[in-house]
Design a protein around this ligand. Structure first.
Ligand code: BMA
Length: 376
């Protein structure tokens, strides 16, 4: 029989092994991530067991029929509470414009980000960057664009100057103690579709992966940004193989997500949505990544009970960290309207309040006091 010393050494080794493996898994891909970023990462990993953060793009900047009113938010107008997560967009920062492609001034955006963070909210940022080869928009693909910005390509230097501008902006996001605000960066989103120059058939999977590696390494290692979590996000997808076709590798991604919009009837949407959520959770589970619904919406919300009869039942048996509704752009000059959360008086507003009261939906009041940014 072995003596007590052996038992103690054995138990100690077991504890160390457990500690090392669980803590290694519970860290973002950036080994130098700030303590607030690590805390956010760990909370996002765990939160899906309790509920999911509810977010909204451009929430504080404008709503269905208003712009830039201090403290206003369509979600707040309807529920009396703010979202827990806020999406923002950097498109046109690469051109030195003062306002982004959806007319939000970058200076105001910085203030909104600080305000949301002060309340304990989570920030995620996308970037519809122009086509660096042709000068067209993000929606104007051209053959060879991705190859042109990779190292050795004719536009690599230009692309680096664009990343420098993004880095400077991300660097400028500081709280009142001058600490960097953690940001979930949603690079090259919807990358399995072909509508953006970086997506689908506009480049090879190998080129996209190389672009991802180059971009993450440049921001993190060259520019020294350590307040970032990196979200990999496709559009709707049909199989794990399809999702992973362009996946850059576990050491390059913190969060795995997808975007989905309802455009037809409830039954078909629900069926596809649930199937896709199951696939996403399997992928995230196998790779120990955080699953999230990075964009969703049903434009115009024509079904007044959509929140409690479609969205929340679909999410009920899943464990996403967060979901983000797209922007309430309002009416454009052609009279077409675009909105994804109800404004006061909209027909689904009452149902949204029920959704708000569901204990799985987490809004600002559920994450107050900066608790997502403190390690337990
Ligand atoms: C699209 C629409 C556009 C917007 C673009 C980038 O889905 O909302 O109006 O310009 O996203 O944010």
């Amino acid at each position: 029989m072995r003596g007590p010393l052996f038992t103690r050494i054995y138990l100690f080794a077991l504890c160390m092994l457990y500690f090392l493996s669980s803590s290694a898994q519970d860290l973002p891909i950036d080994p130098h991530a700030t303590s607030e970023t690590v805390a956010l990462y760990r909370h996002l990993h765990a939160i899906g067991n309790t509920g999911y953060l509810v977010g909204h793009q451009d929430d504080l900047a404008y709503g269905y029929d208003w712009k830039y009113q201090e403290g206003r938010s369509d979600i707040h107008d309807v529920t009396g509470d703010y979202p827990a997560l806020y999406g923002w967009e950097l498109g046109r920062i690469e051109l030195d414009h003062a306002v982004n492609l959806d007319s939000v001034p970058f200076d105001r955006m910085r203030s909104y980000i600080r305000e949301a963070y002060r309340r304990g909210g989570v920030i995620t940022i996308s970037w519809h960057l122009n086509n660096p080869l042709t000068g067209g928009t993000a929606w104007q693909p051209a053959p060879g664009t991705v190859a042109s910005i990779l190292p050795g390509g004719e536009r690599n230097t230009l692309y680096k100057t664009w990343l420098d501008k993004v880095a400077a902006y991300l660097q400028s996001l500081k709280d009142e103690h001058d600490r960097p605000i953690p940001v979930i960066l949603r690079l090259f989103h919807e990358l399995n579709g072909s509508w953006f120059w970086w997506g689908g058939r506009n480049c090879t999977p190998g080129e996209l992966k190389e672009l991802w590696h180059f971009t993450v390494a440049y921001l993190r290692d060259e520019k020294g940004l350590h307040n970032l979590l990196f979200a990999f996000n496709t559009d709707r997808f049909a199989s794990k193989e399809a999702y992973l076709e362009r996946y850059p590798g576990d050491e390059w991604v913190d969060i795995t997500g997808f975007d989905i919009y309802q455009r037809g009837g409830n039954a078909a949407f629900l069926e596809e949505f649930k199937r896709t959520l199951t696939l996403l959770e399997e992928i995230a589970g196998e790779r120990h990544k955080i699953p999230a619904l990075t964009e969703f919406g049903y434009n115009g919300l024509p079904d007044s009970a959509w929140w409690t009869s479609v969205l929340s039942p679909a999410l009920q048996d899943h464990h996403l960290a967060y979901i983000m509704a797209w922007r309430n752009a309002g009416r454009n000059q052609q009279g077409q309207s675009e909105f994804y959360v109800p404004y006061k008086g909209q027909s689904s507003a009452g149902d949204f309040i029920k959704f708000y009261k569901d204990k799985k939906t987490l809004f600002q009041k559920d994450i107050a006091g900066g608790k997502l940014y403190r390690q337990n």
